[in-house]
Design a protein around this ligand. Structure first.
Ligand code: SAH
Length: 401
């Protein structure tokens, strides 16, 4: 069907990934641009033979030159954005008012929900939005206008202060999209515990929602155990472990603000401070110090930040993962459990497992994988877009020696 949209013509053969519904077109695949699309404008994507493959958002400054809104011949308009938002919210159980466990969740996960570059997280009565791409930016006012109606949540705050926006030629943006600004701290429920979230300054949109179920799982594994929570941030794993009956927790993070929030989270849950020590320091150094002093733990959580953002950083990342996992294995008592995570998309599950295997070998322990953990179900992965999967976790039990 003819359309009046600007058109990206692809090189011959470069239509293949689009035919498999992968939503990205890289700059090298584009042979010619007809018309003069601006950043975020909707363009037609056509094969060398002229076949209409998809409609997409144009990103002139990014190597990912276009991101698909739709693979069918339909208008990309407010109606499409509204349908996508509504479908994403419905998939998380509908407007979540009254469902306490859903008081914090990811409502929209970008490509996985057919809305490239759009993240919407809900924290109690507040939505926090990240617009990461030119296409998402283009629809800012539409998205802001639709969200209260679709979700039943009136307050919408933007936290588009992320590095990736610079690849799209976009400035950081923080501020209200609807309603009044959120208070300095919001209280959310997460399983059996309550947590503070600072949506103004917290990491990501305020918290690591992707680890929600894994934190609860650690709570189940912690009973009676001496726990080490490395890279604890606001103490999510720590609070769950203590609520689950941990004998003690040592929580480590490099950020004083994160530890202040962790302390507030302990207080919020009325958890005895004497069972928990919060230590500020570099995890690599603190773990070495603990090893040198002969310390030992029964359950260790390693949840480091992203060590590799791109494939070129993979080797350095592998060294980092190897170091901390090796130290953790050395610190585990016989029969102890290591819950180890990687959120580096550039490190595959297979590579991560082989790094952890190498760490166990060098530490001189035999360990079994007893459970695999991943990102929460509200961070789904389209089969046609495996890049959306980034969080890998393994629960490993070491032998009794
Ligand atoms: N486990 C947390 C999320 C951890 S995010 C949760 O479930 O909420 C990673 C954390 O590691 C951040 O808080 C960051 O401050 C901290 N960090 C990064 N590098 C570090 C290092 N070398 N030593 C100590 N902390 C570090």
């Amino acid at each position: 069907m003819p359309s009046h949209l600007p058109t990206l013509w692809l090189h011959r053969g470069r239509e293949r990934s689009l035919k498999r519904h992968h939503p990205w077109v890289f700059s090298g695949a584009v042979a010619r641009v007809d018309g003069a699309p601006g950043p975020g404008d909707t363009v037609d994507l056509r094969s060398a033979d002229g076949e209409l493959l998809a409609r997409a958002a144009f990103s002139p400054h990014s190597q990912i030159r276009a991101r698909v809104w739709t693979f069918v011949d339909e208008p990309v308009d407010e109606g499409l954005i509204a349908r996508r938002l509504a479908a994403a919210v419905a998939a998380r159980g509908g407007p979540a008012a009254g469902a306490p466990d859903a008081a914090a969740c990811r409502l929209v996960y970008a490509e996985s929900d057919g809305l490239p570059g759009v993240i919407v997280d809900r924290y109690a009565d507040t939505l926090v939005v990240q617009l990461l791409t030119a296409g998402a930016e283009h629809w800012r006012a539409t998205i802001a206008g639709l969200l209260p109606g679709v979700t039943g949540v009136q307050r919408v705050w933007e936290r588009s202060d992320v590095e990736v926006r610079s690849l799209e030629g976009l400035e950081p943006r923080v501020g209200p999209l609807a309603g009044d600004p959120p208070p300095p701290r919001l209280e959310i429920r997460e399983g059996r515990v309550r947590l503070w979230v600072d949506v103004h300054h917290g990491h990501k949109t305020g918290a690591y929602l992707d680890q929600r179920h894994n934190r609860a799982r650690i709570g189940e594994l912690a009973n009676g155990r001496r726990v080490l929570d490395a890279f604890c941030y606001a103490g999510g794993f720590t609070v769950h472990a203590l609520a689950g009956g941990a004998a003690s927790v040592l929580a480590i993070d490099g950020s004083a603000e994160a530890l202040a929030m962790a302390r507030a989270n302990l207080e919020l849950n009325g958890l005895a401070a004497e069972r928990c020590e919060l230590a500020e320091g570099n995890v690599f150094e603190v773990l070495r110090g603990l090893r040198d002093r002969g310390s030992s733990f029964d359950l260790i959580v390693l949840d480091p930040p992203k060590f590799a953002a791109t494939a070129s950083q993979r080797q350095g990342a592998a060294r980092g993962y190897k170091d901390i996992n090796l130290l953790a294995f050395k610190l585990l008592a016989p029969g102890g459990v290591l819950a180890t995570f990687s959120c580096s998309g550039a490190v595959s599950g297979e590579l991560f497992q082989s790094i952890v295997a190498g760490a166990a070998l060098d530490a001189g322990v035999e360990a079994q994988v007893v459970e695999r953990l991943g990102q929460a179900a509200d961070h789904p992965v389209l089969l046609s877009f495996p890049e959306a999967e980034y969080l890998k976790g393994m629960v490993c039990r070491v032998g009794r020696g």
